[in-house]
Design a protein around this ligand. Structure first.
Ligand code: GLC
Ligand code: GLC
Length: 652
């Protein structure tokens, strides 16, 4: 948009750019800057317009973008142009993701680079390598307490390794996702060290207070993220003699984005990684970016403005780079991280579908789809050009992130239902075979979350100990059922490394001092590649799960209705054990009906209930299950689903 004030400021800024920038050929950069400047200016002004040095800060911002654009390689600039043309590229059903630790999936980055064929073998073409930047040894929060944003942890490798991995992945059309921990740094980051040495400029990078007055005001309403290991949200620093805001662990200092210098520094870091060829940046803990006294300091309007600014700046400099929002918050809040009142994502193009994840676990415990039907019905509509990351497990704990309202609508009482789920997954509930661990228990509000691998939570660890073959097979079906949903729901499915071969909880963290008090390590395994080889041997768990997922991925990639174009309609069936939706294709004969039986017993569906949605067919023999490539089981005009069975149905 053209607007006089912002345009005249832009002209001023361009005139002031240093000669080394001016002499470069930056035509695409200038076009994008012109197109985005009104928005950028307005947002920056909302946050920092009151400052006397506002224009100087804006100049600095433009300089950072220009310099990073100059560093951007011609290959990546070409990628920018190609993706600008094909702007819906990431909504295609061809993308299938996996999250992993470099030193869990492999030994380190060089070793990981030798295992890229594994992704192709499975069909994965989007790889999220968990944080690999330098962190203090025993205070790293699994990589989320960064002490140097431009240096890779020596334990896992160096920049050259990642450049090699990017090149190898790009040859195979595999995308790379890396984390940017935007909300906080380690207390050993050089900014924190300078702050600790008394440097006022750097103390301004964080929320630092002389005494408890303001911290106490904050504490009245701030929740606690790690109530057991890091209670409270402030930490006293002996050397400084002051209090620092530390919402996560006490060694993770929250960055103060009220200071524009912090924003500009972080933008420079984002663009640095975009320039290494990273396709997608996962922005960590974005709900927490802006703090205010008298609330939860989550999902604040200013946090959204910051993300819009990051997006605008990235579109100017490295437009092919997408963002993932890691905002594990209430369903109505999550969708806002795409940006509101828009068609295109204004903030992050991709967001974790934490709501679906939690609802899937509810369906596992209750063996019915009452709450998932309710929750998905109320899942707020998302923007057209934005998509979900659909996942079952990740490196974090499972929070029961659905609303009390939905629980009530599904016919339960919220408090006791949540308690039931915690008891169920921690194996305390009668007959429960889940082997989860309670995480973040908070005696003040009885809250808790759940750790454990998919396999152990489902009950396979228990079944293996019992040596019960029927149960083992049923558990495998259950694991596949959950995957059948994330592969068909609409969005990018994200497999958690190890789940594809049925990896159990790893209890060795208990013997490691730096991990023992954080049971999320139970589900951050070290892959045993000898055991993984069993995926080639028929009759093994590894083989059964791996080959089924391989097939599911292959089939998904062929189904155009699985692309994410807001083309899903939920179908409410009379039998509460079914979760069912239709994926609508551009021509109706290509529609696909997904139906999943969450019960451990046979369930039947009266075909009349889906006839209208599917194809108004007369002859049910014309239906095929795309996954198994067989006709579904029909008996007396009823569709039969065995325990934990799913179908992806289409007319032939
Ligand atoms: C990160 C952490 C390290 C941890 C590892 C787990 O690299 O820095 O402490 O052992 O992740 O894979
Ligand atoms: C994110 C990460 C989590 C980490 C937290 C603090 O939620 O996923 O592992 O503990 O941020 O950085």
């Amino acid at each position: 948009m053209y607007e006089q004030l912002s345009h005249s400021i832009l002209n001023e800024i361009l005139a002031q750019l240093k000669p080394d920038i001016k002499e470069q050929e930056l035509s695409y950069f200038y076009t994008r800057l012109g197109a985005n400047f009104y928005s950028l200016f307005s947002l920056f002004q909302k946050l920092y317009g009151q400052r006397s040095d506002f224009k100087l800060q804006l100049l600095k911002l433009v300089e950072v973008m220009a310099r990073q654009y100059i560093c951007r390689s011609s290959d990546f600039k070409e990628k920018d142009l190609a993706r600008e043309k094909d702007f819906n590229w990431f909504l295609h059903q061809k993308w299938v993701g996996m999250t992993l630790y470099a030193d869990g999936f492999a030994e380190d980055l060089p070793d990981l680079s030798k295992k890229i064929d594994y992704f192709s073998e499975l069909g994965v073409n989007l790889v999220h390598i968990m944080p690999i930047l330098e962190c203090p040894k025993n205070a790293s929060d699994g990589g989320y307490a960064v002490s140097n944003y431009r240096k890779i942890d020596e334990k896992v490798g160096d920049l050259k390794d990642i450049q090699y991995i990017v090149a190898e992945m790009h040859k195979r059309d595999i995308l790379l996702v890396l984390d940017i921990v935007v909300n906080h740094t380690s207390n050993e980051h050089k900014w924190a060290e300078k702050a600790r040495d008394g440097d006022g400029n750097y103390q301004n990078y964080y929320y630092i207070f002389e005494n408890r007055e303001i911290p106490d005001m904050f504490e009245k309403t701030l929740p606690e993220v790690f109530p057991q290991t890091a209670p409270g949200n402030f930490t006293y620093d002996e050397k400084m003699g002051k209090w620092v805001m530390t919402v996560f662990n006490n060694y993770q200092w929250d960055l103060n984005y009220q200071n524009p210098t912090v924003f500009i520094e972080m933008l420079d870091i984002l663009l640095f990684w975009a320039n290494q060829g990273v396709d997608i940046l996962r922005l960590d803990a974005v709900a927490f970016l802006w703090k205010k006294i008298g609330g939860s300091s989550q999902n604040e309007t200013e946090a959204h403005i910051l993300l819009q600014l990051f997006k605008d700046c990235c579109q100017i400099t490295a437009p092919s780079t997408l963002f993932i929002a890691e905002a594990i918050v209430a369903p109505v809040e999550i969708v806002k991280y795409f940006g509101e009142d828009a068609i295109n994502a204004k903030e992050c193009e991709i967001a974790y579908n934490a709501t679906l994840m939690a609802l899937l676990w509810d369906a596992v415990a209750t063996k019915n789809a009452k709450l998932i039907n309710q929750g998905v019905k109320n899942l707020p509509a998302k923007l057209e050009r934005a998509t979900w990351l659909n996942y079952i497990r990740c490196h974090d704990d499972i929070g029961l992130g659905f609303t009390d309202d939905d629980i009530i609508q599904a016919g339960y009482e919220p408090r006791s239902h949540r308690q039931f789920l915690l008891n169920y997954f921690s194996g305390k509930f009668e007959n429960s075979e889940a082997r989860g661990l309670l995480f973040g228990q908070n005696p003040k509000n009885n809250d808790a979350r759940i750790s454990g691998t998919l396999t152990s939570l489902i009950g396979l660890e228990f079944a293996l100990e019992e040596g019960n073959l029927d149960k083992i097979n049923l558990n495998i079906k259950h694991i596949l059922l959950l995957h059948s949903i994330i592969f068909s729901f609409g969005g990018i499915p994200l497999i958690y490394y190890g789940d594809e071969i049925g990896t159990l909880n790893d209890y060795s963290f208990m013997g490691n001092l730096s991990k023992a008090n954080d049971n999320r390590w139970a589900h951050r395994p070290k892959i045993d590649w000898q055991k993984s080889k069993l995926r080639e041997k028929k009759g093994t768990i590894e083989h059964d799960i791996f080959t089924a997922l391989q097939r599911m991925i292959r089939v998904r990639k062929e189904i155009s209705a699985f692309g994410d174009f807001n083309n899903r309609e939920l179908i409410n069936l009379s039998n509460p054990h079914f979760f069912c939706f239709i994926r609508i294709a551009s021509s109706p004969e290509n529609n696909v009906l997904v139906i999943a039986n969450f019960d451990a017993n046979y369930q039947y569906l009266n075909l009349e209930e889906i006839n209208h949605y599917l194809f108004q067919i007369n002859n049910y023999n014309d239906i095929i299950d795309l996954y198994s490539q067989t006709k579904p089981v029909l008996f007396q005009d009823k569709l039969v689903l065995s325990p934990f069975r799913f179908y992806w149905l289409k007319i032939i």
